[in-house]
Design a protein around this ligand. Structure first.
Ligand code: GLN
Length: 544
């Protein structure tokens, strides 16, 4: 039977609770304990697929096609397990399931209530993941902070779990923030005491408190939290802000969290082996020569909107012993006359995924710039559409080629809906989602990057390359580096007469790992790293 660790947050959000959860996964896995992770999101959306990335951050896609919170990306990167739809639970899913059961008559005669009907539905999601994953430990993060109205049923459900599975099979971990007061130069514990009180009010006594802070946490503060919040002294775990998220498992391990969890849950653990992780973090923290990459996107005001892209770039750069110097360019800024100046120092240009017409012309300009100046270019999903539109405009000598997503009446819809997508009316969960096979074409750049002939990659889009234009663009120098196995869908495009201009219809960023960069990102940085650009210093000749 699986054991459970429930993680709640206190005081404020955005203190890195998701990274902490992922890191607990890492330190348990380093003891050969099998883990799975689930995120409970209190909002009423069924999934974040219809939410703006500028508000909510990236939508992470699992292999089985669930559109999920970006925390799942961190879980996957940290425990190196490909999660499924079962790892993502929202209030919207829970309520629609309960109401569907009510309409079907499953509760005939009953009055449907938050307790027990909603909480039972929630608990079934916990046990379903435990049963399917067969993990020794299932870590469950409750999104938001204690006290949020929407989060109450989730907290009630995790409270009930203590009686359902027994006190010894469950741990409650509370992640909190210790704010720093500049005037008195001290860290304050009162907000933590209040959030623990709030937890206790609903019947949950935390076993472990992880204290986030921008400043070192003294022994006196730990004593105070231990006393007021009634947790063991060694169960107050400080987590100061660190330079890279990948350091968090090492900090938690150093503070003894791994052993504490093993003891409290009586787990069968092997000797900890974090040496590979340690080595990667040491490498990450060593100063390295930067590669200048321009990320041209629509949602750059919120960096979290491209979380996995940024991580994949970081993994790829580390492989080449380089650092990433990422310039975030709002694509609309490229629509003016002076667009070239914004791209002049870029050694590589990346156009990530996105939806809607805003900023598209700026992205197309970035693709033109990359093509004409032979700057490495990586297009991800929308970035492939942009590359195809740009090349078609060049080949056809017309400004009209477009995607029918942005111009429904274009005479050259080089990107278009498939007939089966045209009939779909609902927006939620109706895209081409999740893993699909892609047959690589021999001697393409993509095939040489992957070093294999068939790959599976994660998709999230409605529009596709329009085959009507396939031959014409091919003749002009576009290479189709990967196709669906039936040959019908173009999955990868590249330009023959360009050092490295490659785009894919899928999202390779989701599969990249620290120490195992995605091949397309790896080769993109490989092509970009030695390009000399404005402001770069050419290597000095060695003196005789
Ligand atoms: N908007 C495009 C489509 O729906 C691209 C989607 C994406 O980049 N994820 O096909």
């Amino acid at each position: 039977m699986s054991k459970y660790i429930f993680i709640t947050g206190g005081v404020v959000s955005s203190v890195g609770k998701g990274i902490t959860v992922a890191s607990i996964g890492t330190i348990l896995k380093s003891r050969q304990i099998t883990v799975s992770i689930q995120k409970l999101d209190p909002y009423l959306n069924v999934d974040p697929g219809t939410m703006s990335p500028a508000q909510h951050g990236e939508v992470f896609v699992t292999q089985d096609g669930a559109e999920t919170d970006l925390d799942l990306g961190n879980y996957e990167r940290f425990i190196d397990v490909n999660l499924t739809a079962d790892s993502s639970v929202t209030s919207g899913q829970i309520y629609s399931a309960v109401i569907a059961k009510e309409r079907r008559g499953d509760f005939l005669g009953g009055t449907i209530q938050v307790v027990p009907h909603v909480t039972t539905e929630i608990k079934e999601r916990f046990t379903k993941l435990a049963d399917k994953s067969q993990a020794e430990v299932v870590i469950i993060e409750v999104g938001g902070t204690v006290g949020d109205i929407e989060g109450q049923p989730f907290l009630e459900a995790i409270r009930q779990m203590r009686n359902d599975v027994g006190r010894d099979n469950i741990l409650y971990v509370h992640v909190t923030l210790l704010p720093y007061l500049t005037a008195t130069q001290e860290l304050k514990t009162k907000p933590t005491q209040h959030s623990v009180n709030e937890l206790r009010r609903i019947g949950i006594q935390p076993d472990i408190i992880i204290c986030r802070s921008d400043y070192p946490i003294s022994e006196a503060i730990k004593d105070k939290i231990s006393l007021f919040c009634d947790v063991d002294r060694q169960a107050v775990i400080p987590l100061p802000t660190v330079s890279t998220i990948y350091e968090v498992p090492l900090v938690l391990e150093d503070e003894g969290l791994g052993q504490l969890i093993v003891d409290k849950l009586s787990l069968n653990a092997r000797q900890t082996d974090l040496s590979q992780w340690q080595e990667l973090v040491r490498h990450l923290e060593t100063p390295r020569e930067p590669v200048n990459i321009a990320l041209v996107g629509k949602y750059v005001e919120l960096k979290d909107a491209y979380f996995s892209v940024r991580e994949a770039l970081c993994h790829a750069a580390l492989y080449h012993d380089r650092d990433i110097n990422l310039t975030w360019i709002p694509s609309e800024d490229l629509e003016g006359d002076d667009s070239d100046s914004l791209l002049r120092s870029a050694q590589g240009i990346i156009v990530p995924g996105g939806f809607g017409i805003r900023g598209i012309e700026g992205m197309i300009k970035a693709a033109t710039y990359a093509r004409e100046n032979e700057i490495p270019y990586l297009g991800l999903c929308l970035g492939m559409h942009v590359m195809v539109i740009e090349f078609a405009r060049y080949v056809l000598g017309s400004t009209k080629p477009n995607s029918s997503e942005f111009d429904a009446s274009t005479p050259y819809p080089v990107i278009d809906l498939l007939p089966e997508q045209k009939a779909i009316e609902n927006k939620g969960g109706t895209m081409r989602l999740g893993n699909y096979p892609c047959q690589l074409v021999d001697s393409s750049r993509a095939a040489s990057a992957y070093g294999q002939s068939l790959v599976y990659e994660r998709h999230r889009h409605r529009y596709e390359f329009n085959n009507q234009f396939r031959a014409q663009l091919e003749e002009a120098g576009m290479v189709y580096g990967g196709l669906s196995p039936d040959g019908r869908l173009v999955e990868l495009c590249e330009l023959a007469n360009h050092p490295w201009m490659v785009s894919c219809q899928f999202h390779p960023e989701f599969g990249s790992r620290l120490g195992r960069p995605h091949p397309l990102f790896r080769d993109f940085i490989g092509a970009a790293k030695d390009i000399l650009r404005e402001g770069a210093q050419p290597p000095l000749p060695l003196s005789p």
